[in-house]
Design a protein around this ligand. Structure first.
Ligand code: ZN
Length: 230
């Protein structure tokens, strides 16, 4: 069985990516990064999801990006709420975590090299309005090239590293339909940037708004538990 490292955040997208990797016959080694995100609920959910989808192994790496800050997810900056789609489509929002996917893919690459794996899966998506630079095709391609020259396995020609981003060109609606087709109960996933106690989603951050709209467009009941009231 081929081994793959799957970056797992406990969200809708990375959960779907794990299901795709499993469906394609990979033995999945999941990696979650505890980077001090305000939505710590992700870490709990990741554990459950890895188990549920039959991952061979699940590791959580602790790396406190709050020491760097600079994001609404890792610093004392408010998470934007109730933005319109037009507002979401303008510029890179404060929920961008500086260099996060470069850091996470670097950890995944190290893990892959130790495992003797060459395939790495990540749930980035270029169609989200958020416009994060490290979710774009140019970034994924550049990282794939970097992986080859940055590792012992790469320079000694043991194999070719591939970074798979199977959701790159899918809409949220498509991702929700795909996940549902795998029989995943999406109620277990968490997307909210600013969840309240007991894991209730805020319903107002960009991630909640895009997720809600995705369920509506997919015509699938939204299993997310939202906090009542503003
Ligand atoms: Zn939210």
């Amino acid at each position: 069985m081929k081994k793959a490292v799957v970056l797992l955040s406990g969200g809708l997208d990375s959960t779907t990516v794990l299901a795709i990797a499993r469906y394609e016959g990979y033995e999945a080694y999941c990696l979650t990064v505890d980077y001090g995100q305000r939505h710590q609920l992700e870490l709990e959910r990741s554990k459950e999801i890895a188990k549920l989808l039959g991952a061979r192994e699940h590791r959580t790496v602790k790396l406190d990006l709050r020491m760097i800050g600079g994001s609404a997810l890792t610093d004392s900056i408010d998470v934007p709420k109730s933005r319109s789609e037009a507002e979401m489509g303008t510029g890179i929002p404060v929920t961008y975590v500086p260099a996060r996917n470069t850091i996470m893919l670097s950890l995944a690459l190290g893990y892959a090299e130790v495992l003797g794996a060459f395939d790495i899966f990540i749930g980035v998506n270029a169609l989200d309005y958020s416009g994060y630079p490290d979710c774009r095709p140019a970034f994924i391609e550049a990282f794939e090239n970097l992986a080859q020259v940055a590792t012992k396995a790469g320079v000694e020609g043991e194999g070719s590293f591939r970074i798979y981003a199977p959701l790159m060109y899918l809409t949220k609606k498509d991702i929700i339909r795909k996940a549902t087709s795998f029989g995943i109960d999406l109620g277990i996933t968490t997307s909210c940037y600013d969840p309240h106690d007991q894991g209730l989603a805020c319903g107002q951050c960009d991630a909640c708004i895009l997720r809600k709209k995705g369920f509506e467009e997919a015509g699938i009941p939204d299993p997310t538990k939202y906090r009542a009231g503003p």
